[in-house]
Structures are given as C-alpha cells and as structure tokens.
Ligand binder design. Sequence first.
Ligand code: LHQ
Length: 259
Amino acid sequence: MEPVLVSLEAGVLCVTLNRPEKLNAFNPAVHQGLAAAMTRAETDGAIRCLLVSGAGRGFCAGQDLSERDMKAASIDLGAGLETWYNPLVKRMRALPKPIVCAVNGVAAGAGANFALACDIVLAARSASFIQAFVKIGLVPDCGGSYFLPRLAGTQRAMALAMTGERLSAEDAERWGLIWKCVDDAQLGKEAEKLARQLASGPTRSLGLIKQAMYSSAHNDLSTQLDLERDLQREIGKGEDYREGVAAFLEKRKPEFKGR
Ligand code: LHQ
C-alpha cells in the first residue's frame, strides 16, 4: 500500500496520507512520499493547488511511535526534524501555490502542526487537534511553537502545549486556528470545491498573497507597505490582471491562466 496517495485532477494535486491503521502516523516512507509530492508541486505548472487529507478515520497522529528503537544508547530526535519535518514545512510555506488541508479526523503532535502549516484548513466537525508532545515528554515541533501563538495567541498556545488537551474542530475554528469546520459528510465536497476554485484562480496572485501574509508576521508596517508595492508592481504586469479587469468591464467570469 502506498503510504501517500497522489492524484492530479482539474489543477488540484490531491495528497492523501495513507496509513489508516496507524492513523496516518509519519514514518520515513510517508516523508518520502510527501517530499516527492512537494517536488511535483514545485515543478509542474499544471498543478495550481494542493489538497492534503488523510485516509480512514484519522488525519495524522504525528510521528510513528512504534518504529523507534527506544533501547538505543543515544536518541537524536533533532535528526528527524532536520531531515524531514523542517524541510517539509519550509517547502510548504515557500510554495507559490495554495495548500488546502481537509482535516478528516484526529490531528495529533506533528500531525496537528502539519495541518497548521497548510494555507487554508477545513476540518470535519468530529475532528480534533492535540499538541500531544507533552504527553510523551517532548516539545511541540513541525512549526507548532511558531503557528500556535500567532494563530491563537500566547495564552491559548501555551495551555494547549502544556496540557496536551484535545481541541475540538469547532473550538479550533472559533479560536482562529482553522478557516472552517464543516459537517463530516460535507468535508470532502467542501474541500474539493475550495481547492478547485483556487486552482482556477490567478495562481501567481495567490502565491504572492501567501508571501505577503506570511511576511507580515515578522515585518513592521513600513516594510510591509514596501513589500505590497513591490508585489503589486510585479503582479500588475501579468496576464491575469488584464483578464480580471477585462472580465469585470465585460460583465463576465474571468478565465485566469495562472500567468
Ligand atoms: C499510532 C500512533 C502513533 C504509532 C496512533 N504512532 N501508532 C516526535 C519524535 C521524533 C521526531 C520528530 O517529532 C516528533 C513529533 C511527534 O509527532 S510527537 C507526538 C506523536 N504522537 C502522539 O503522541 C500521538 C499518539 N496517539 C494518540 O495519542 C492517540 O492514538 C490519538 C489521540 C491520536 C487517537 O486516539 P484513538 O482515537 O483512541 O486511537 P488509538 O489510540 O486507538 O489509535 C489507533 C491505532 O493507531 C492504534 O493501533 P492499534 O494497533 O492498537 O489499533 C495506535 O497504536 C495507532 N497509533 N497513533 N503516533
């Protein structure tokens, strides 16, 4: 069984974690599959949006805890982060295309933070988010200590990380951790609809929107205003801007080419 399923339809690269019997926990094979999907997304112009989800009842239970030799003389957890998780999160954030995440069930540990690394997150009403690290004596990784305080504020981030308490999808939406929580039966349809909408959008514009939003976390207003000017100057030279304005004036739907 492939640990990560990948398929391309209507400009959307669907990436499905596929170890349902382990709630799609990460192991090297999953990481290899995700790295290959990222390379494809980075290099194939036909891909204009990614849609990430999990097979079975869980989204992702974080690192596979059954595969490490706990009797080994020395354990270096930093190595796995260096090799797999950190490059993955950096590539996701740098990808100039939108990544939609459909959290279909529990998202724990690195699995929760992998979801938060995506650009727009939808979750099934029965899904939940757990900063499980503290329960096994670890600290949040996969970007959790960066995303959580920025999305939910320091107090909520601290309590989630220190208690490892389960956060429902409804609370995650209320707290601004995710975009929307939808009925379980609607998740697939809603996520696909959003991904297809983005895949037929002005792709370069979406990539620069992503750059602007993520840059604002570490820029002051003056730097951010300068960045907006530079991005607008660049995107204004593209075909999609001309098409967008023409479509508005002609009272028709724009046909964006992603250029
Ligand atoms: C699992 C796992 C799992 C293996 C469920 N591994 N089998 C860490 C170290 C190194 C470097 C980098 O970074 C990290 C980051 C991390 O991600 S640390 C955090 C790792 N994850 C966790 O601590 C979560 C562990 N899982 C759970 O707490 C529960 O399974 C949750 C709350 C996710 C779901 O609970 P339930 O819905 O009650 O399901 P379950 O516990 O019965 O799990 C179903 C099966 O999946 C079960 O196998 P079995 O053969 O008994 O049916 C679990 O053993 C397996 N599974 N998580 N991480």
